[in-house]
Design a protein around this ligand. Sequence first.
Ligand code: NAD
Ligand code: IPM
Ligand code: MN
Length: 368
Amino acid sequence: MSHKLFLLPGDGIGPEIMNEVKAIINWMNANMDVTFECDEGLVGGSAYDACGEAISEEDMAKALAADAVMFGAVGGPKWADVPYDKRPEAGLLRLRKDLGLFANLRPALCYPALADSSSLKKELVEGLDILIVRELTGGVYFGEPKEVVTLEDGQQRAVDTQVYTTSEIERITRVAFDLAKTRSNRVSSAEKHNVMKSGVLWKQIVTKIGSEEYPDTPLEHVLADNCAMQLVRRPKQYDVIVCDNLFGDILSDVAAMLTGSLGMLPSASLGAPDAVTGKRKAMYEPVHGSAPDISGTGSANPIATIASFAMALRYSFEMVKEADMVEKAIANVLEKGLRTRDIAKEGDTTVTTTQMGAAIIAELEALN
Ligand code: NAD
Ligand code: IPM
Ligand code: MN
C-alpha cells in the first residue's frame, strides 16, 4: 500500500517539528507494510521569500493531488510588513479554503503523566478528553466584505464579515454528532445567539439536526464566552464542542493549556467525502504557531505535530492500529519523564526536539 503525503513545514519551529515527523515516516516505511511517498513544498514566509506568494500555484496543485498534507506552522516577525494578501497566514487559509477543509478536529487529551503540568489543578484535568470541532472554511475568516476603506473625513473603517449558511452549519454539526457517537455521546454547541444573527441561525440549525438525526445524543447550547470560562472552571463536563471558525480558534487555545502546553495539541482538517471514491481531502497540523520566541533553540515540542501525523494515520489511511501505536509511544515517553521545556516543571531535566522525536521512535521500536 502506498500513500502520497505532501509536507509543508513552513516557518519558525515548523521545519524543526516536521523533521521529527519525517523520521517517524522513515521508520514506518522501513518497518510497516506501507509506503509513504513524500514530497515537500514551501508555505508561509518561506514561500514568500522564494516566490513572492504565501504558497505557489505549483505547491497548491501538489496539495490538491496528495492523499494528505502535513502542515508545520507559518508566520513570524520577519514578514510583519509584507502585503496583507501575501502574509504567511494567507497560505494556510488558502489551503484550508481551496481544499474545502471545513471540519477541524482539535482533540485535547490530558496524558496522565502531564496531569500536573497544566496551569490548572491536577484533579480538574486528570483524564480530560474533549474534542473541539471547529468550522474552518466560513465565518469571519472568509466573509465578504473584508476591507479597510478611507472615509470622507479621513478616518479609516475596517470591516470583517461573519457569514454562515444553513448548509455550512448542517455539515459541521453532522461531523460533531457523528464523532460524539464514537466517544461519550454528548455535544455542546457554542455560539453567541444573544448578540449575533449568525449565532441565532447556528443554534437553530444545530438544534434541528440534533433532534431529527441524532435524537439519542444529548445536546446542550452554551454561549461561547461562558464556554471559555467553563473550560477553565470544569473542563471535564465537555465531550464534543462544536463551534464556528473564530470561537473554535480561541477555545482550542484555551483547551490546549488544559493539556499542559500548546505544544501538545494536534489537529485534523477534513473535507467532505468525494462522491465517487468516498475519500476526504485532509490536512494535519498542530494547533500552535511558528513560535518565533523559541525557534532555532531546539526546544520546540514535536508532540503536537507527531500526534497530528497519528491523526492522519487514523482519518486518512485507516491505519488505526498504527495510530494507536504512535499515541501509545507518546504516552510512554511522557510516562518515562521525558520533557521538552514547555512541559517541564522546575527542576526537571529537559530534552531537545530531536531527542523527543528519537525517544518516540525508540518506543515505536519497542511496541512493534
Ligand atoms: P504560537 O503558537 O506560535 O506561540 C505561542 C506560545 O506557545 C509561544 O510562547 C511559543 O513558544 C509556545 N509554543 C508554541 N508551540 C510550541 C511548541 N511546539 N513547543 C513549545 N512551545 C511552543 O503563537 P503566537 O506567538 O501567537 O504566533 C506566532 C506566529 O505563528 C504568528 O505569526 C501567528 O500568526 C502564527 N500562527 C500560525 C499558526 C499555524 O501556522 N497553524 C497557528 C498559530 C499562530
Ligand atoms: C490556528 C491559527 C490560524 C487560525 C492562523 C495562523 C491563521 O491560529 O490554526 O489556530 O487563526 O486559524
Ligand atoms: Mn489559533
